[in-house]
Design a protein around this ligand. Structure first.
Ligand code: FAD
Ligand code: SF4
Length: 481
């Protein structure tokens, strides 16, 4: 997929990936092998009928294609952009290497014969770009005014459901509930809906207009949004239960994890959540046009190896940092961030120091961070995650100067709702305990997404939201019997 030129993009917040045009989309769709047992569908957490929508693109039936996706996925423009496709649908595509371990010998022989017959062997390592095709259809629909529903047409008043948080878990749950004839009201603590999609993921990966567009479609279906309402303070879960037939908690994992090392409270040391929220939601990058200033200085050091770290380091470059450095305690191949985003960060000039971790932050007389003391790590014993646990190399400490430090080593669910809701069972990281269908320890209260799993992915949160919505519908129906 074409990208915005690197020398230009590091100076703006516009989208980096430029999408496919109609001809490119049709050509890409033609690469699909039309497998009899499509592994890609199993690789998609919400089971989008991938071969059917790809066939529609191949035949130029773009409206049919987007309608096929909408059957299972209410946020295709988002998922097409940020899903970790390479480990999901595309990771098991028969054209990709990853799939071979799942295939029978007969299946493999069939694929080999097909590839040979059409002289595709050279291209076989690259899976069909399912995410890019999904994005193409979602953008095509927006450009051509094709929408999933007509305003309020599905509202049949079967019951009222309150949803806490407006991230992908609640958005997907609300869409499914509205489709089934329930009135869904989303309560959001912040002043704008979208959850991490809005306050975390930067515009250059997921433009604000895309989130607005997909939220507008939910509003057209009758979903109500109430912003600036903090559940656990403004209203409690018990109060919601007395006004609604059921409650879904999709409050995410917005509490940052810090390392607890010396100097973490210095000025200029941010959690990634705070940093990205200031920039994305409060639009600090447009200061003084907006009211939120951010002054990052010349050298920014980000700690972590996930998508959050990549986003933070790339935002720092766009805010004018001369050097943006990532410290990661393991090796490059062990970074959990999406490959595409690691490559984008490298292209843009982010510098990586692998097998390195901070041990303390050093400040000046005014309490502002000035340097990071680090230590080198080496791979040790294999741990529970199946990776070699990094261990410090004695005597390898060194210091790097820093004007800003961004700690992006993880997020956990916020404890506010569990601590203000009697009887709501929680797990080790204060995650809400919920079964496969989202049922919690309280009757009528369901939960899903990062609030139950800890930090995960958009599509997993959406899948949990959809499953919970189905269980909520069953629960409300059951209450009427
Ligand atoms: C910077 C960043 C980059 C990421 N990149 C990717 C990526 O590329 N691909 C991917 O798949 N995933 C990515 N993720 C992870 C993904 O965004 C999350 O897994 C997903 O958003 C979780 O969805 P959710 O609905 O459970 O929660 P969230 O998106 O966190 O939404 C929860 C919402 O609930 C609100 N809320 C919380 N408490 C309350 C309360 N008490 N009352 C009212 N509202 C409340 C919050 O304000 C928030 O709006 C990224 C995450 C971050 C932080
Ligand atoms: S929703 Fe995500 S995993 Fe499913 S087909 Fe789309 S891009 Fe692939």
């Amino acid at each position: 997929m074409k990208k915005q030129d690197v020398s230009r993009r590091i100076k703006n917040f516009e989208e980096v990936a430029l999408g496919l045009d109609e001809t490119e989309a049709v050509l890409e769709a033609k690469r699909c092998l039309e497998c009899q047992r499509p592994w890609c569908v199993r690789g998609c957490p919400v089971g989008v009928d991938i071969p059917r929508f790809i066939r529609a693109i191949r035949d130029g039936r773009f409206e049919d294609g987007i309608r096929i996706i909408w059957e299972k996925n209410s946020l295709p423009a988002v998922c097409g952009r940020v899903c970790p496709h390479e480990v999901q649908c595309e990771g098991v595509c028969s054209l990709a290497r990853g799939c071979s371990k799942f295939m029978t010998a007969k299946g493999r022989a069939r694929v080999e014969a097909f590839l040979e017959q059409f002289n595709l062997t050279q291209k076989r390592r690259r899976p069909v770009s399912i995410g890019a095709l999904e994005r193409f259809l979602a953008d095509y629909a927006a450009e051509h005014g094709i929408t999933p529903y007509t305003a309020g047409s599905d509202m049949k008043g079967k019951g009222k459901v309150a949803l806490v948080g407006s991230g992908p878990a609640s958005l997907a749950a609300a869409g499914e509930l509205a489709r089934r004839g329930y009135h869904a009201t989303i309560f959001e603590a912040l002043h704008a809906p979208g959850g991490v999609l809005r306050y975390g993921i930067p515009n250059f990966r997921l433009p604000e207009e895309i989130i607005d567009r997909e939220i507008r479609q939910l509003k057209d279906m009758g979903v109500e949004f109430r912003q600036d309402v903090l559940i656990g303070r403004t209203l409690t879960i018990d109060e919601l239960l007395s006004d609604f037939d059921a409650v879904f908690i999709g409050s995410g994992a917005g509490a940052p994890v810090l390392m607890g090392i010396e100097g973490e409270n210095l000025n200029g040391v941010y959690s990634a959540n705070e940093f990205l929220t200031r920039v994305n939601l409060m639009e600090a990058y447009r200061f003084p046009e907006t009211d939120t200033p951010i002054n990052i200085g010349k050298r920014v050091v980000t700690i972590g190896g996930g998508n959050v770290a990549m986003d933070s380091a790339r935002v720092a470059l766009r805010l004018g940092a001369e050097e943006s450095i990532i410290l990661y305690r393991r090796r490059r191949e062990e970074m959990p961030a999406r490959r595409e985003e690691i490559e984008n960060a490298e292209e843009e000039g982010v510098e990586f120091k692998f097998l390195t971790t901070p041990t303390k932050y050093i400040g000046d007389d005014e309490g502002c961070v000035r340097a990071v003391e680090c230590i080198r790590m080496e791979p040790g014993e294999v741990d529970d995650s199946g990776r070699q646990r990094p261990v410090p190399v004695a005597g390898s400490e060194f210091t790097i100067e820093a004007d800003t430090v961004i700690v992006a080593i993880g997020q956990r669910p916020n404890p506010l709702i569990p601590t203000t809701t009697q009887g709501l069972e929680t797990g080790k990281i204060r995650n809400i305990i919920a079964d496969e269908s989202g049922r919690t320890s309280i009757k009528g209260v369901f939960a899903g997404g990062d609030a139950t799993t800890g930090a995960a992915t958009v599509i997993l949160a959406m899948g949990a939201g959809v499953r919970a919505a189905r269980a909520i519908a069953e629960y409300i129906e059951g209450c009427k019997d």
